[in-house]
Design a protein around this ligand. Structure first.
Ligand code: NAD
Length: 542
């Protein structure tokens, strides 16, 4: 065990999740740390502990119980938790993150056992610095923060939204080896508009309406100042803020701090990667595509903005690039005669005749790709997919809305309605599909391909900011890692089992951007990929 002098001993050590090894403490450690008699006598290996954990996990009757079990394990022994999660990532990811984490947030007050992370509430205005000083670790590198207003597709969950930063940071560690001791989940409890929570006698947050306007902005400003004062190199990731604040805060802070918004920029990057992979199948260039989005929210606008940057990288002007991205929202085509458009949609309100719905817009605009980010299921109907297949030899059809029930169409529908020609990706996973005696493996445009690797690169070189070029580099790297065998099955993302390799490669590409742009605060190592890999946490007892 390392860092012996600062470690607690005896029962305190067994209650310290970062250093506890439980029944795997060796005979020597049991002597050294005054553990004799406090543990059953047999020393188990970590492999044996993993077996026990898996047995317990799999015995749980439903996913929420599995979530509660895993969080309990994380609270007892973080090393073992990460060993279990990392060695069974495909089985565990839907439990520690979507979709189960959504259910967990809805029930957070009712399944609450031990606090995890930092709660900063509207009542803490004026003393957030003192509150941040209470966090026991001096070297925080990644913060994920939410104000709980738009948790996944579940709306306002108030302080119950804490499940999201907790889960997301678990993925930073599991997928990219960010040291869990250097992560900090934070919830800004500014109240809630969710009446169910306001009426719940055991709700954990402030039972009051949300702060808005100047008071809200002052709280977020104070939070950013406080965390960056204590942790000058920290990266702050914003997560699950409502539209009205997400875009605003991103633009306000992106050049002042090391920060990004995953709902906007991470989603954009993983989708751009999917398009780059799709282009390996269709043979076209990005700048030749015409993309039609269904849904003009954080995901849709974020994706389009990054695509515009990537097209400009190919030589298009900004105006030319924007003209290649079109939106349909709940009121039809976003175009220049509309008077009801929110600010973030205005860049994409091109001159064009009004179109009432997606089918009309597909026929009128003849896009090469349709991208569903509306949060509404069954919106890519048979006539729409068939029209795309008539217009394109290989139509790009991305149904990114979550959860599965909100997917704009299923994988089977996309392949069947396009006669097996659609290049399909989804937000939620779909099983492989047999069609015309061919087996298609749909890709999942999971943000976990991107944000952990971006975080790894940023943290490793202590980057000052997280510019769009990092997300473009991440997208290119991810697309490059898709194999010819993957593509032959229609799969445009690598297998999740390769996530550590993917994150290391993205981390390297992101660090490279930091050096190119003069944003890095550590000298350039001789061998950047080896340096990045050396920074990755491994869940082994030390
Ligand atoms: P959001 O609330 O910011 O945006 C949703 C947009 O869809 C809004 O502009 C809304 O007006 C529009 N909309 C609603 N009903 C519509 C309709 N009937 N027709 C057309 N447009 C409609 O949400 P978001 O963050 O942009 O997320 C949207 C969806 O994308 C969610 O389901 C989310 O789960 C999914 N998503 C997927 C990924 C991924 O696959 N990696 C990442 C992020 C978000």
């Amino acid at each position: 065990m390392s860092g012996r002098e600062s470690l607690p001993t005896g029962v305190d050590l067994l209650h310290d999740p970062l250093h506890n090894h439980g029944t795997a403490f060796t005979e020597r450690e049991r002597d050294a740390y005054k553990l004799r008699g406090l543990l059953p006598p047999r020393v188990l290996t970590q492999e044996q502990q993993v077996l026990r954990s898996l047995e317990n996990f799999r015995k749980k009757p439903n996913d929420l119980e599995k979530y509660i079990y895993l969080i309990g394990l994380e609270d007892r022994n973080e090393t073992l938790f990460y060993r279990v999660v990392m060695s069974h990532l495909e089985e565990m990811m839907p439990i520690i993150y979507t979709p189960t984490v959504g259910k967990a947030c809805q029930e957070y007050a009712h399944i609450f056992r031990r606090p995890r992370g930092l709660y900063i509430s509207a009542n803490d205005r004026g003393c957030i610095k003192e509150l941040v000083a209470n966090w026991p670790h001096d070297d925080v590198e990644v913060i994920v923060v939410t104000d709980g207003e738009r948790i996944l597709g579940l709306g306002d969950q108030g302080a119950n939204g804490m499940g999201i930063p907790v889960g997301k940071l678990s993925l930073y560690t599991a997928c990219a080896g960010i040291n869990p001791a250097k992560t900090l989940p934070i919830t800004l409890d500014v109240g809630t508009e969710n009446q169910r929570l306001l009426d719940d006698p055991i709700y954990i947050g402030l039972p009051q309406r949300r702060l808005r306007g100047a008071e809200y902005d002052a709280l977020v400003d104070e939070f950013m100042t406080a965390v960056t004062e204590r942790y000058p190199n920290v990266m702050v990731q914003f997560e699950d803020f409502a539209n009205l604040n997400a875009f605003r805060l991103l633009h306000k802070y992106r050049n002042a701090y090391c920060t990004f918004n995953d709902d906007i920029q991470g989603t954009a990057s993983v989708t751009l990667a999917g398009i780059y992979s799709a282009l390996r199948l269709t043979g076209g260039k990005l700048g030749e595509q015409k993309l039609l989005f269904l849904g003009a929210g954080e995901a849709g606008i974020g994706i389009a903005d990054l695509i515009v940057s990537a097209m400009m990288d190919e030589g298009l002007t900004e105006a030319e690039a924007r003209l290649r991205c079109w939106f349909v929202d709940s009121r039809g085509l976003v175009e220049s005669t509309r008077t009801d458009l929110a600010e973030h949609k205005l860049h994409y309100a091109h001159e064009f005749a009004p179109q009432p719905d997606l089918l009309a817009a597909v026929n009128a605009l003849q896009p090469t790709a349709i991208i569903g980010v509306s949060g509404r299921g069954q919106m890519f109907t048979q006539p729409i997919v068939a029209a795309m297949a008539q217009l394109n030899k290989r139509p790009i059809v991305f149904a990114l809305s979550n959860p599965t029930s909100n997917s704009e169409c299923t994988a089977e529908e996309a392949y069947t309605w396009s006669d097996g020609r659609a290049i399909f990706a989804s937000g939620s996973p779909f099983d492989p599909v047999e069609f015309n005696s061919q087996r298609f493996v749909p890709g999942q445009g999971n943000n976990s391909y991107i944000f952990p690797g971006v975080g790894l690169g940023v943290v490793a070189v202590k980057a000052r900011h997280v510019p769009d070029e990092m997300f473009m580099a991440a997208a290119r790297t991810l697309a490059r890692l898709v194999t010819e065998e993957d593509l032959a099955k229609g799969r445009i993302y690598p297998s999740l089992t390769r996530i550590r390799e993917v994150s290391a490669a993205i981390g390297t590409a992101v660090a490279e951007v930091a050096y190119q742009q003069g944003l890095a605060r550590v000298p350039r190592p001789n061998n950047l990929p080896a340096y990045i890999e050396s920074q990755m946490y491994q869940p082994v007892y030390k």
